[in-house]
Design a protein around this ligand. Sequence first.
Ligand SMILES: Cc1cc2nc3c(=O)[nH]c(=O)nc-3n(C[C@H](O)[C@H](O)[C@H](O)COP(=O)(O)OP(=O)(O)OC[C@H]3O[C@@H](n4cnc5c(N)ncnc54)[C@H](O)[C@@H]3O)c2cc1C
Length: 484
Amino acid sequence: MENYFDIVIVGAGAVGCAIARELSKYKLQIAVLEKESDVAAGTSGRNSAVVHAGFNNKVGSLMAKLCVEGNLGFEKVCRELDIPYKKTGKLVVAFDEGDIKGIERLMDAGKKNGTPGLSYISGEEVKRLEPHVGGIGAMLSSNTAITNPFIYTVALAENACANGVKFYFNTEVRGITKRENRFRIRAGGRYYHSRYVINAAGLYSDKVSSLAGDKSYKIYPCRGQYYILDKRTSKYLSMPVYPVPRPGIGGLGVHLTPTIEGNILIGPSAEYIKTKCDYGVTKDVMNQLFKEAKELLPPISIRDTIRNYSGIRSKLVGPKVGGFGDFVIEESIIVPGLIQLIGIESPGLTSSIPISGMVRDIIGSKEDLIPKPEFISERRGIVEFRQLDAAEKDRLVRECPEYGEIVCRCEHITKKEIMDAIENPLGVKTLAGIKYRARAMMGRCQGGYCLTRIVEILTREYGVPVEEIMLRGNESKLFTGRVK
Ligand SMILES: Cc1cc2nc3c(=O)[nH]c(=O)nc-3n(C[C@H](O)[C@H](O)[C@H](O)COP(=O)(O)OP(=O)(O)OC[C@H]3O[C@@H](n4cnc5c(N)ncnc54)[C@H](O)[C@@H]3O)c2cc1C
């Protein structure tokens, strides 16, 4: 079967989905091809979830410009698409005189980058804002915020989908040829045709570029490992706390970040690795992470950790050079019509909306983009039952008894929320897809109690045998059959 589109976007991360949503405002036929079974399966679902303010980025870089713009516009997108967002502020803490000099450098860079809301605060003020954090002073960035990167990407994709964009999961792009201004893309056993290919393949953007005939890039994978702490630690921290970054391989140093759901993240580390798919965590790094985190926030204990994970940065600079490269966002000189997004490492999540604006402008410089009057700008997410007051909960349970059944005890997720997650517009039915949309299985027991109940719901509601229930994609069966 052959499919014809104006634009094919490769990759359903935050960047690919932001572009899909932006371009869905115009009269265009658009497809997103994603090799995994859901959105945000790459770096976009594995980061610190911080909406950065832009003082960390090299003065004059595209990264700095898009980060500042992204930060200033983030709240509006979150309001439109019902995405969790909290402006927490952030502290960059100094522990010695050398760090104070580092803060001066950051304040200067922030000023030149146009980052609003930066101020120097004393050790006493640090104690007032974050009583459990030490330090002799700090830079306060009042515009820094936190979000949920998975819901962010889901929301962009769902809104793009509502506006006509087609999403194809388990569809890995394996070949791209171009003839007479048309691309022919081989993916998932089919062919897709388009006039433009947007390469938003993150870690694999060098590979996708090569497939299309532009061999100019090499991505160096650089892993960051994390701990997730139990929600009971949330009382110790109200905003991200970072040490002053030291020159190195290009991370911001091990930091502590509250998540929007009330956990704390420790990490990430920064280690160059050989393969792009090694999401492991290692004992040495994890031990070091905890040690450094405890120096920043003494009350935490190793018993507070409930899970760990890692994310991989797609760096354009290798270990010999170190530091940060800049974003590459341009039409390939070698392959016209191939729009490249390469080296979109941190702050790529924060910058994704202005990045999508740049891509629109590149297409708009070659095509007449005709706005679609029927574009729907808003999207509503799943109602979070646990956040409601008693009267509202009562009303909902009377209207829909599925709100009266708690399935995930740790996170207080009801059957109705599970059903809403299953019935998502993108058609994702994996356990991971349900977990990230409804938060079930994300609590202290990590699914020990509710996983089997969710499997039961899936088999009953959809009349499918238990062997068909997948954790993530097609290769991740959980059951081989019934034993009784
Ligand atoms: C440790 C860490 C911490 C970070 N913290 C922050 C932060 O706090 N704030 C912030 O702003 N940014 C942060 N970032 C950066 C941010 O996560 C990334 O910049 C952003 O997620 C990149 O999005 P993307 O869509 O370009 O890539 P991805 O999310 O990786 O998406 C690319 C997609 O392409 C798909 N794909 C690849 N090859 C193919 C193919 N051949 N065919 C089909 N599909 C394909 C992949 O499966 C993937 O889903 C962090 C990154 C890391 C690693």
